[in-house]
Write a protein that binds this ligand. Structure first.
Ligand code: GRF
Length: 215
């Protein structure tokens, strides 16, 4: 009997872990078939997502990224690379991992790192996206899944979902409307990549999420 090797996912988080949970659920219910989340790493020992992952029986580890606060570099970067290499992932997903990733990490896993960002990239990369979107009076915002390269939030875009910005929106209400879409497009992008329906080389323009895809 021939058993197909399961795809292997590693997820990096810093906090709540709701995108991580959406991925785990999609693996469990078969929307992302033949796949295993082989490990979750957080740079924050208090991350709620670590507790959630453990509840699902997934290996979940805090790895300090000190002394840096906003980037992954030096010895910490080495620790991350070594652990992730042992876990042999097909894809590494940054799901609310709040650190800038540097060239050595990126080059250790070429075209295998993706990130979810809560704006319609290339607009509003970086932090405080919702505040900036509201201050600019935008009528639309959304989220983007993209490959990670050496420019923050600047890698090749894979898929986007759009939402309206309402006149009475606060950063919180807009974030919540976008988060719902993040929970759909991130698992969907993972599915497409693992099943080789798309790849780094074939993507030109990002896909635009459609609710009727019902993923
Ligand atoms: C999400 O909004 C994601 O787009 C951003 O950080 C947030 C993480 O949320 N990069 P969660 O930890 O997945 O709940």
């Amino acid at each position: 009997m021939f058993f197909k090797r399961k795809h292997r996912l590693v997820i990096l988080i810093s906090g709540r872990g709701s995108n991580m949970k959406a991925i785990i659920e999609a693996v469990r219910d078969g929307r992302i078939p033949n796949t295993r989340v082989v490990g979750v790493i957080s740079d924050n020992p208090q991350a709620e997502g670590l507790t959630i992952a453990k509840k699902y029986g997934i290996r979940a580890k805090y790895i300090s990224a000190a002394p840096y606060k906003t980037k992954l570099e030096g010895k910490a970067e080495e620790r991350y690379i070594a652990t992730i290499k042992r876990w042999k992932p097909d894809l590494i997903i940054l799901a609310g991992f709040m650190r800038v990733i540097k060239p050595r990490f990126i080059q250790s896993f070429p075209n295998r790192i993706i990130n979810i960002h809560p704006s319609l990239l290339p607009a509003y990369p970086g932090l405080h996206t919702h505040e900036r979107v509201l201050a600019a009076g935008e009528k639309e915002s959304g989220c983007t899944v993209h490959f990670v390269n050496e420019t923050v939030d600047g890698g090749k875009r894979i898929i986007q979902a759009r939402v309206p910005v309402l006149s009475d929106d606060t950063p919180q209400s807009l974030a919540a409307r976008i988060l719902e879409k993040e929970h759909k497009i991130l698992p969907y992008a993972i599915h497409l990549l693992l099943e080789k329906k798309i790849s780094y080389d074939t993507i030109t323009e990002p896909l635009q999420w459609r609710e009727e895809w019902n993923f």
